[in-house]
Ligand binder design. Structure first.
Ligand SMILES: Cc1cc2nc3c(=O)[nH]c(=O)nc-3n(C[C@H](O)[C@H](O)[C@H](O)COP(=O)(O)O)c2cc1C
Length: 213
């Protein structure tokens, strides 16, 4: 008999997040949490919920994969003509959320997304497996599947590039860099007294505030 959803409870107690654990720059903490998460779940640790404002003004969320980060923010790749791409062209503000269940941790990032250079998108596209590259040509991401099935579009794209060693990147596919403005780190604690710390960017660096759980 499955347990009633109302009675499912977990007491978070694995770790603490104290002021003395916090580096001056949040990218260092995010990198160390990503490193730890990758040792537990090497395949899915870089999955994050990307929340955007749709072209119609309504919120939308979906999972995308973090592909790289630096001191200013993080990058993901997608179809620029997808629903998210259309929304981002009007409202570039985004929120990114990671949840690492085994570590009892969440990170929430707010920032502004901008398209990366075509050269950087080309370089990443070239590193993808050939069938993923062909898939980027075949899929009209977020559009209703037409009479022509996805499989037949895939086959047509495969045939189109049959004699090409290097498949070019479609102009509608590429990366975004999210320039982060704030990052909030959440560590689950017993009795719901979780530890939350928020870094906010200001002209002289980062401010740090502890938030009530
Ligand atoms: C684990 C996982 C990883 C995903 N990674 C990506 C990704 O990196 N880029 C992407 O465009 N979609 C990715 N998706 C698919 C998106 O969640 C989404 O279905 C797609 O991008 C269309 O979103 P949209 O219609 O809101 O634009 C992923 C889905 C899952 C479950």
């Amino acid at each position: 008999m499955p347990q009633s959803i109302q009675s499912v409870r977990k007491d978070y107690q694995k770790q603490e997040l104290l002021r003395m654990d916090l580096p001056s720059s949040p990218d260092q903490l995010l990198q160390s949490w990503l490193d730890e998460a990758s040792s537990i779940d090497p395949e899915d640790y870089n999955a994050m919920c990307l929340s955007t404002i749709g072209a119609d003004g309504a919120p939308q969320g979906r999972i995308v994969l973090l592909r790289s980060m630096d001191k200013t923010g993080i990058r993901f790749f997608t179809n620029y003509e997808s629903d998210k791409g259309k929304g981002l062209a009007i409202h570039p503000q985004v929120c990114l959320t990671f949840y690492w269940k085994e570590m009892e941790r969440q990170v929430r990032i707010s920032g502004v997304a901008e398209r990366i250079s075509t050269a950087d998108s080309d370089a990443y596209f070239a590193s993808r497996p050939r069938l993923s590259q062909i898939g980027a040509w075949a899929s009209d991401q977020s559009r209703p599947v037409s009479d022509e099935s996805l499989e037949s579009r895939m086959k047509a794209a495969e045939e189109r590039f049959l004699n090409l060693e290097r498949i070019p990147r479609p102009a509608h596919w590429g990366g975004y860099h999210v320039n982060w403005q704030s990052l909030e780190f959440w560590q689950g604690r017993p009795s719901r007294l979780h530890h939350r710390w928020k870094y906010e960017k200001n002209p002289s660096g980062w401010s740090l505030t502890q938030l009530d759980p």
